[in-house]
Write a protein that binds this ligand. Structure first.
Ligand code: GLN
Length: 537
């Protein structure tokens, strides 16, 4: 029999529900429970795959090739487990299935309606994901009070009603401290509580996100308003390291209270491995520069577009005892003013980030050329690697106009191109879930630098791209010193790349950041940072 923990948010989106959900899940996992997490995204898209990262942050890729909201990344990073794509439910998926079933006559002449059929479909999906686990946490994206959240909140209510003792609900609210007042305000949280109540749900716990810890006075105020005991109002202030949050919750006995509410008898949690990582002395220093496209929404920038890479670098840095400073430089800025390249000199290593489309590409290529010519550590992730191949083809092999056909379909030197299967897909304009996705193996050349990072010959990493190194150019490029040191076992796909006469110039077509976890950093990122440390010394 499985139990449920429902997590929903109030006041603002982006309040950190994903990290709160992952932290509660980690507390239950540490108590010896088998835990899984479902993420509800109330948008109509079937998945996040066709959305630009400035919509909801980075697109996360699962082992089985799902393209999902970035919160999935937090769950996997905190729990050190792989979650299946079936654990992401969107409004689009729910209605698609219902309409398909209706057309197939499966409703046997009935009128198909919001209640009960939409709720039935949501509940069926959640129950399927929960099967075989002790606890299933279900996080709903957005904010209570959003119209599109309503079906999911109704479904939670119905699921909880089936067995009230087997479920608990958590409301995550935000308590702002406006600068002009200097006082933390509870009113928006009160309104969020009212909105949840109107949907027939009484939260068991309220997590208060805020800049500073919530004081007893305000806890009492929220408790009075919500009829929840003050000890079930949990403070969750901003922290330097998000992996300290489960321990912060433990101090407030949240893990114990949740298991008690669910009627679960568990062992005491042992956090010594996390504690050791959190206490690690960060005595060395590295500055890593990230070369990106300029990610803006209106007047604001969104570093969340690269959250997994940032997290992977932080995991590896923590593991190596490195105090990491990240700096940003946009491809567009380098295009506008090539003197900007000088800023790269201040970094101990540079990562050229993944991406799609033409914005800032020539600037990124200039950065790669500068790193290659100045023997500075370079790491290219997916697009970053593809652009390194373009740069090398143009400037070392003299292949004029060399490019990726993503940007220059008519180039006479298509060093990056689609393989025939992807070409067919593009002709049909079938964009959703058709890239090369999910986990794929690569075989590494034994004496390569990248092999030394992994220490094993066969490695599996997750992918999300449509274009590849064109096999017709491999020999020409390798003849001039580029080394495709990792390929798919059948030799069809280039997976890893490095430069022979350079101390650290590496790239991969994959996204190793998707497999990096707090307690188990990615060998690829760790290897790169280690090399940066060596070269700095
Ligand atoms: N746009 C490139 C491709 O589709 C790279 C994608 C990426 O960086 N994830 O192949």
């Amino acid at each position: 029999m499985h139990k449920y923990v429902f997590v929903f948010g109030g006041v603002i989106s982006g309040v950190g529900k994903g990290v709160v959900t992952a932290s509660i899940a980690a507390m239950l996992q540490k108590r010896g429970l088998k835990v899984t997490v479902v993420k509800i995204d109330p948008y109509i898209n079937i998945d996040a795959g066709t959305m630009r990262p400035t919509e909801h942050g980075e697109v996360w890729v699962t082992e089985d090739g799902g393209e999902i909201d970035q919160d999935f990344g937090h769950y996997e990073r905190f729990l050190n487990i792989n979650l299946p794509k079936a654990n992401n439910i969107t409004t689009g998926q729910v209605y698609k299935k219902i309409i398909e079933d209706e057309r197939a006559g499966k409703y046997l002449g009935k009128t198909v309606q919001f209640i009960p059929h939409v709720l039935d479909q949501i509940i069926e999906r959640i129950e399927k994901s929960a099967k075989g686990f002790d606890v299933c946490l279900v996080e709903s994206g957005g904010v209570v009070g959003d119209y599109e959240n309503i079906p999911f909140m109704f479904a939670f209510r119905r699921l909880a009603l089936k067995k009230p003792e087997d479920s608990c609900s958590v409301l995550v609210v935000y308590l702002p401290t406006p600068n002009h007042l200097g006082e933390m305000k509870t009113k928006p949280a009160q309104h969020a509580i009212k909105s949840v109540r109107e949907l027939g749900i009484n939260p068991d716990f309220i997590i208060c996100r805020s800049e500073q810890a919530v004081d007893e006075l305000r806890k009492q105020k929220i408790a009075d308003y919500s009829n929840i005991l003050p000890e079930n109002i949990i403070s969750s202030p901003n922290v330097k390291n998000i992996y300290s949050i489960p321990l912060l919750f433990e101090k407030q006995d949240l893990g114990k209270k949740v298991t008690e509410k669910l009627g679960l008898k568990t062992c005491e949690p042992d956090w010594s491995d996390w504690q050791a990582l959190l206490n690690k002395k960060l005595s060395k220093k590295l500055v890593i520069s990230l070369v990106s496209k300029y990610y803006k929404t209106g007047d604001f920038e969104l570093p969340d577009s690269y959250v997994s890479i940032i997290q992977a670098l932080k995991h590896s840095a923590n593991h190596l005892g490195v105090n990491l400073e990240l700096t940003w430089i946009s491809g567009e800025k380098i295009e506008e003013n090539p003197k900007k390249l000088k800023e790269l000199d201040e970094a101990d290593g540079v990562v050229v980030l993944p991406g799609f489309g033409g914005k800032g590409v020539e600037g990124k290529i200039k950065a790669i050329q500068w790193l290659r010519e100045n023997n500075k550590p370079f790491l290219g992730i997916c697009y970053g690697m593809q652009l390194a191949v373009v740069e090398f083809a143009r400037n070392v092999c003299g292949l004029s106009g060399a490019h990726s056909t993503e940007l220059s379909p008519g180039t006479k030197n298509p060093v990056i191109n689609t393989l025939p299967e992807q070409g067919e897909i593009l002709k049909k304009c079938a964009y959703g879930a058709t890239m090369r996705l999910g986990s794929h193996p690569a075989r590494l050349d034994k004496n390569s630098l990248i092999y030394s990072f992994y220490g094993s010959e066969t490695v599996w990493e997750r992918h999300r791209h449509r274009y590849e190194v064109n096999p017709e150019y491999v020999e020409k490029l390798e003849g001039k010193g580029l080394w495709f040191s990792g390929k798919s076992p059948d030799g069809k796909f280039v997976e890893f790349m490095e430069l022979r006469n350079h101390p650290c110039f590496v790239g991969t077509q994959a996204h190793p950041e998707y497999k990096s976890r707090f307690t188990q950093p990615s060998p690829f990122y760790t290897g790169f940072l280690k090399k940066c440390l060596e070269m700095k010394d």
